[in-house]
Design a protein around this ligand. Sequence first.
Ligand SMILES: Cc1cccc(O)c1O
Ligand SMILES: [Fe+2]
Length: 291
Amino acid sequence: MSIQRLSYLGFEVSDVAAWRAFATAKLGLMELSASTDRVRFRIDSRAWRLNVEKGSADDFSFSGYEVDSEDALAALKKRLEAHGVAVTVGSPELAADRGVLGLVSCTDPAGNRVEICYGGTELFEKPFVSPAGVSGFLTGDQGLGHYVLNVPDVSAALDFYIKGLGLHLSDIIDWKLNDELTVRLYFLHCNGRHHTLALASVPGGKTLHHFMLEVTRLDDVGFALDKFEADGAIVATLGRHTNDHMVSFYGATPSGFAVEYGWGARQVELNWSVVRYDKISVWGHRFIGLG
Ligand SMILES: Cc1cccc(O)c1O
Ligand SMILES: [Fe+2]
């Protein structure tokens, strides 16, 4: 048994109010709940997908993967423990807070918190309506989107996420950042989405390089691009990736890591073969800041 999809992400941020304005007006996310210390955002029929909580880190806080049943969760717990991973059963209070029927948690070799749940809350009776008119986000069986973690020991992380959690390697990109530094990126999938998680070891920088949301219309990307450009908040220009063929740009969030806003990715298919690339983009994605 392995995980099925990414259900939610948690960020720890110093300015919750800035995130409320950013996520609604620029990204078009819908608020489920908000206080001075925490806001939760919706992108589809699920009760929430992003948990943004007050703290000094301005970085990744937790990931939440999902399986499809209580039995699957028990089987995954066994698989992780057999792989030497210490797994904690989530308390009823935590399950209630996350709005799930059950969950377990563990940490990856870099100390990043990983939750695995089943029974997330659907709010079909409160349809998702984007405050910025975004037509919709591509989720469903492909889960929330993707995120890229900067880890000190990539092989230990690959062992955890592949042999422990059950993700699969999609491909590798050797990204030449400059004449002195080429970084190897590993892209992992757990459903049709080309990658749900990418891993790399980049000197310095935050744990979270970026998270990605995929919209259902190219114009949604364009409208958001105009907003980020108007604020001088473009991190990388519009471009198309070599591996998942997504058309996207990267924008700055209030916390210093980036958000990738994309459309039109291809899915991994049956009999997928792992290949490597020397470039992250077919065209575009000129990094202006952050990098
Ligand atoms: C850097 C990078 C390369 C390929 C696909 C991605 O989504 C990405 O962020
Ligand atoms: Fe990405």
